[in-house]
Design a protein around this ligand. Sequence first.
Ligand code: PRX
Length: 651
Amino acid sequence: MPFGLGPTPLTYKIAPMSDNFAANFESPSPERLSFWAEQANQLAWHKPFTKTLDWSNPPFAKWFEDGQINASYNCLDRHVLGGKGDKTAILFEGEPGDTQTYTYSELLAETKKAANALLDLGIVAGDRVAIYMPMIPETVIAMLAVARIGAVHSVVFGGFSADSLRSRIFDAGAKLVITADGGFRKGKAHPIKEAVDHALQDNSCPSIEHILVVQRTNSDVALSDKDIWWHEALAKAAPEHEAVGFDSEHPLFILYTSGTTGKPKGILHTTGGYLTGASYTHRTVFDLKSETDVYWCTADVGWITGHSYVVYGPLANGVTQVIYEGTPDSPNFERWWEIIAKYKVSIFYTAPTAIRTFMKVGRAVVDGHNLSSLRILGSVGEPINPEAWQWYHEVVGGSKCEIVDTWWQTETGSIMISPVPHTMKTKPGSAQRALPGITIGIVDENGSPVISSAEGSEAGYLTIDQPWPSMLRGVWGDPERFIETYWSRFPGKYFAGDGARFDEDGDIWLLGRIDDVIKVSGHRLSTAEIESALVEHHWVAEAAVVGAKDEITEQAVVAFVILRQDELGDAPNEEEIGKVLRSWVTEKIGAIARPRQIMVVSELPKTRSGKIMRRLLKDVAEGRPVGDTTTLADSSVMKAINDKLHNGATD
Ligand code: PRX
């Protein structure tokens, strides 16, 4: 099956780098390769592979290249054919309290119909399909149906705005959007289809041929001639569908994530390697006992955690898992703990932000529930501070569960650094060790490994030093950006964008992003993206955004804006302007990017070469004395900003 079908073909022919460039890359040892081959062979291959890795043209890796595989078959058919058809795959809990259960046979039957419905709509292997949905079983079915026919899904988080959805559909050249009339959130039916209509208005995404709409909230939605009800399409579709194998390197999905520029990157993952990474890490990190475990990962499938640890990892491993539609506080903060007790969840995977929120609410909401079924607790998305780790351990885990703090990224596809339960003593606040099969390094500014001694090491930059099966294969439509962003900073190594250090035991401590990517409640945002949203408003001449420390969300968005006096007209006062601009960002990107605070300033601190010094703005936003201002073109700027400190508008 060829690559790059469709309007934005992936070109794998890059202008050759210097000869040295390729020579910098390490090749994995034969032992390492047989380790990965062994993991891959736990999957069902339509055609077995004979070559484990082609690393002759780094950083373009080909894993299990001559093998053929179908991701959906591995998540469904394989289990049903293996006699596990009656096993529960999904225990769905809707926010209003409705429930639904799918066995593996039932999930397969629905996925087959959905796959046929897609084929009936003319979707073929290689086509991109956007998925913009709430957290309901149909979302998982949609992803598996797309993968089943070799099409490429691009799931867009349901909390992103219509504008964000539009740019992602456009960039991927998607032919179809799968969406829902709405979803339940915080006690209300939330419209979703409306945002799709808005995104597609004026034929702004001409590649879209149809929109499949799942009925979830029974809300009134206007259907155009391109819209088709999901249930009607599935009712008409043939029930049988035989999954064929696709080349291991066939694209499985694109997932957009924020980088250091204003434009999100479409991270590309391919089939065999990704599925190997997701399933291997899921069974290893969570010490999976697939016959008895009940697993629950609270992530939305709009993020990589939902892809790897709600859909592909758990289903490839044949577990029973909980999927919950709503927020942790609906109708109150007891909800998650009720769900764990009700379904006897044994493995629970969530983000530190959630833990810190519950810490603030107080342990009483947790204590009233029987959580004795829990045995493994996972954390992901941002560093977990030792206090939150302890609270998770004692209050949620009853001091008897193993905690796995898992470090990874959209780009890595699966967990890279984590303790492996029962093999090492865990340590509050440290993700500890590279998983077997992964080589992690920490280097200084010049790319030399930091020296680790009995006292630990200096802080440095985290790198991954050898290829791994679930590594990203590219940035959709932009191979140069792929090389530049990840493989150029430290030749021969994957540069993650995170700071890290070793402690005295050689364990790894993650220190957060060192670039202009920020983490708000575990969600990844780019300061540049928020800045470009702000300057799109006619009041704003210039904007600088920083991530300021936040007790609950880890970081919060704080924006500094210079207003265009000529455009203000009868604009309200600064506080009102702040409110308007915060809503503007919500509309442009989504509620997750809404600034906590907007400060109106008359100038921004810049170096003589015109670069905004965000470090100084971060000092102001975090209430610290402002650091060294000697490189500023005009050092009085920071004094003026500081003097205004208390005038910013906040929620
Ligand atoms: O900064 C790191 C942080 O999240 C970034 C990746 O974000 P994203 O691609 O959205 O994926 C999140 C879910 C895997 C990383 O560069 N990060 C993720 N996990 C941890 C973490 N930081 C510290 N500790 C972690 N466990």
